[in-house]
Design a protein around this ligand. Structure first.
Ligand code: IMP
Ligand code: MG
Length: 184
């Protein structure tokens, strides 16, 4: 998919594929430096983190295992419901592990603070967070996010794993949708 494939559904490209790739290189370098000599359990949060997870772990020199969790905090629309449910739990025991949570986006931070408390209760050695995108409201949440790809404006975005009603996850860039898409 490229911007032209979206016709008039695309309002504008916020982050190009090239910008994303450059930032991923930097994040991977930082993560490699921080976890030198350690084994890391990278936990991807489905479904949004699929792209960043795949692209990030392939850049790492660090020895990793990958596991996935699926939680739900949004319905099919664009507003947070404030309710987090586990749809799929980890297969891995976290006792003594260095856990790195990989997220697509932190918006209200509700999902993240809940997830952090949940994983910390399972006895890991450490838990850190890497997110590709972060919105301004995330600042209200008292959690230390170690790795942030981009701070973005408070707009609803799609692409690079992020959906609107389950669509547009496969865009290799991050963009905003034209208003007619939401009202259709
Ligand atoms: P939070 O709990 O408000 O931080 O929201 C986290 C989840 O909401 C993310 O993992 C996304 O699935 C979804 N989300 C938040 N903002 C956006 C957006 O702009 N586009 C698409 N999904 C979003
Ligand atoms: Mg979503």
């Amino acid at each position: 998919m490229n911007p032209a494939d979206m016709g008039d559904d695309l309002e504008r490209v916020l982050l190009s594929e090239e910008q994303i790739n450059t930032r991923l290189d930097e994040l991977a370098e930082q993560i490699d430096a921080d976890y030198a000599g350690k084994d890391v359990l990278v936990v991807g949060v489905l479904k949004g983190a699929v792209m960043v997870m795949a692209d990030l772990v392939r850049r790492l020199h660090t020895s990793v295992e990958m596991d996935w969790m699926a939680v739900s905090s949004y319905g099919s629309g664009t507003k947070s419901s404030g309710v987090v449910r586990i749809l799929k739990d980890l297969d891995t025991d976290l006792i003594g592990r260095h856990v790195l949570i990989v997220e697509d986006i932190i918006d209200s931070g509700l999902t993240l603070s809940w997830l952090l408390a949940n994983l910390r209760s399972r006895g890991p050695e450490s838990v850190e967070i890497a997110t590709m995108l972060r919105k301004p409201d995330a600042a209200k949440v008292e959690v230390d996010v170690r790795y942030v790809g981009f701070d973005i404006p408070n707009e609803f975005v799609v692409g690079y794993g992020l959906d609107y009603a389950e669509k547009y996850r496969n865009l290799p860039f991050v963009g905003t949708l034209a208003p007619h898409v939401y009202s259709a």
